[in-house]
Write a protein that binds this ligand. Structure first.
Ligand SMILES: Nc1ncnc2c1ncn2[C@@H]1O[C@H](COP(=O)(O)OP(=O)(O)OP(=O)(O)O)[C@@H](O)[C@H]1O
Length: 104
């Protein structure tokens, strides 16, 4: 969220590149665990994946995922319905006037 040509695209491209490298390194190093597959415990890669997509246009935030996509928690509870946009529980820190800060 920021003024035209303030670097939003530039920032996101860098974040994407580094995020993918970190995700694959994490998978390689840490996360082979035993999961239940049917009634038998087998060695599978088991990673919880959370992705929040939304867009802000004219200062209004909208969901960026298809309404039929359910949150993992909704699937676990057998709940149907569209995902809800949730605010992060911690308040954003106040920034000095004039400084641009992106929160993800
Ligand atoms: N930190 C940076 N270092 C070097 N170049 C940058 C940086 N941030 C942005 N730029 C350059 O500034 C120009 C505008 O940046 P960018 O396209 O990311 O802005 P934007 O906020 O996405 O613009 P718009 O709102 O018009 O889509 C681009 O040429 C980009 O390469």
């Amino acid at each position: 969220y920021g003024q035209t040509s303030s670097g939003k695209t530039y920032t996101m491209l860098g974040i994407t590149e580094h995020s993918m490298a970190e995700i694959y390194a994490y998978i390689d190093q840490v996360h082979t665990v035993h999961c239940l597959h049917g009634s038998a415990a087998v060695g599978l890669l088991c990673l919880p994946l959370t992705c929040a997509l939304f867009r802000v246009f004219n200062s209004a935030s909208r969901q960026g995922v298809h309404p039929q996509v359910l949150r993992h928690g909704d699937i676990q509870r057998g709940r149907q319905g569209p995902p809800q946009l949730r605010h992060h529980p911690s308040p954003a820190p106040r920034r000095p006037r004039g400084e641009l800060k992106l929160f993800f």
